[in-house]
Design a protein around this ligand. Structure first.
Ligand code: ADP
Ligand code: MG
Length: 387
């Protein structure tokens, strides 16, 4: 099997160098298109209609028909320890991937659900950014926000994408013309007049976006202090309203809206999809963060990286995860988010998966990710990464 050796030559393109210190091993990287071809043939098992299940042991896939979905996506690659006997005695058939996956989910449920999380000393503001679309920015922002709110935190999600997907997932109105983050950023309307509470989770608030925001990139250009307008509005809002966490869901670009988000935040949270070209563009994103840090917001740090849409049936997912962890050992969360039908269908009900199907593997993974974020301190997570 040569796939591992190949990925180490990196899916990063020839110009890509992804560590903040620019000291990555990617200097000998090859053309992305070649990597794409190589990775394609390294796929060991064909995609199956059952989503989210990992082939974690050699041997045949279990023949299981499930009417709903993917409750059985394990995270064994994330460093879960070996199974212990006793606590899961009823599930003593761990000879199949499915049995192992179910056993793992049972254990995760019992340790995660209802466990209290530490409250941050001061409000943590995280910008969820990646200029690639469809990598799980919105999904991660709303689900981690919901998980934290369900654990008793007060959480604000600022929807800064004109598509308004975060507003949809939180069940918040975002029809054109309503008071929204557009009015805040462009017209200087106070944020408190647009924030609403999500109907599905107590303590979870949303500053909705509307399609009007699509014009804001251009309108902002001529405005005074155009890069700091969101920061100023958020600062004023935080002065009279307490939150434990603020998540800013960015559009898939590095334009002025994303710059506003970087200036308003202390932490950058980057979701990375475990797919082809996952790391392409990452060095550009990191360069932008460095530029913002130098010129506009010296406290900004990439604190958190989350691997999303992990599919354990493919070597590709594991290879991307390995590559990301090699470059960002301190920032990358141990938990990966599995591909899950439940996660993707929740927004169509105006909900996050945390309320739509709280015991599904996707919800458990997001709860676990939220717990890891809560147990980290903004400053300490970045130490070592830049050295
Ligand atoms: P972004 O905000 O980066 O554009 P989204 O969060 O909107 O990305 O995700 C893109 C698409 O992928 C959406 O349709 C979403 O429902 C789906 N998706 C995201 N995460 C998962 C997951 N873990 N499993 C299955 N589908 C997912
Ligand atoms: Mg989005």
């Amino acid at each position: 099997m040569t796939a591992n050796a190949e990925i180490n030559e990196s899916p990063l393109g020839p110009t890509e160098s992804v560590t903040p210190s620019q000291s990555s091993q990617s200097s000998q990287s090859s053309q992305s298109s070649h990597v794409g071809e190589r990775l394609d043939v390294s796929r060991e098992t064909p995609a199956s209609p059952h989503d989210g299940r990992e082939s974690i042991e050699p041997g045949p896939q279990p023949d299981v028909s499930r009417g709903t979905e993917s409750d059985a996506a394990p995270q064994l690659v994330d460093g879960e320890g070996p199974r212990e006997s006793g606590d899961l005695a009823d599930l003593d058939d761990d000879s199949t991937p499915l049995a192992t996956a179910i056993a793992l989910d049972v254990r995760r449920r019992s340790t995660l659900v209802g466990a209290p999380l530490p409250r941050p000393a001061a409000t943590r503001v995280l910008t969820v950014a990646n200029q690639k679309g469809g990598v799980g920015k919105t999904t991660s922002a709303v689900n981690i926000a919901a998980a934290l709110a369900q654990s008793g935190m007060r959480v604000l999600v600022i929807d800064l994408d004109p598509q308004g997907n975060a507003s949809t997932a939180l069940g918040v109105d975002h029809r054109s013309g309503i008071d929204s983050i557009y009015d805040v950023v462009v017209d200087g309307v106070p944020m408190s007049s647009v924030v609403v509470e999500s109907p599905s989770v107590t303590g979870l608030f949303c500053a909705p976006s509307t399609i009007d925001l699509a014009g804001a990139e251009i309108e902002l250009v001529s405005l005074v202090a155009r890069e700091g307008r969101l920061a100023k509005a958020l600062e004023a809002h935080l002065a009279d309203t307490a939150y434990d966490y603020v998540f800013i869901d960015c559009p898939p670009s590095l334009g002025l809206l994303t710059v506003n988000a970087f200036v308003a935040a202390r932490e950058v949270f980057i979701p990375i999809q475990c797919e082809y070209y996952a790391l392409e563009g990452l060095s550009q994103l990191l360069r932008n963060v460095e530029l913002i840090k130098t010129h506009l917001n010296p406290r900004l740090e990439v604190s958190t990286i989350l691997l999303t849409m992990f599919d354990g049936r493919t070597r590709l997912s594991a290879q991307v995860a390995e590559e990301v962890r090699a470059h960002f050992p301190a920032q990358t969360l141990r938990t990966t988010i599995p591909r899950s039908v439940r996660v993707s269908e929740a927004p169509s009900f105006g909900e996050t998966v945390m309320t739509y199907d709280p015991l599904s593997s996707g919800a458990l993974a997001y709860l676990e990710a939220a717990s890891q974020i809560a147990h980290r301190d903004a400053g300490s997570t970045t130490e070592g990464a830049d050295s």
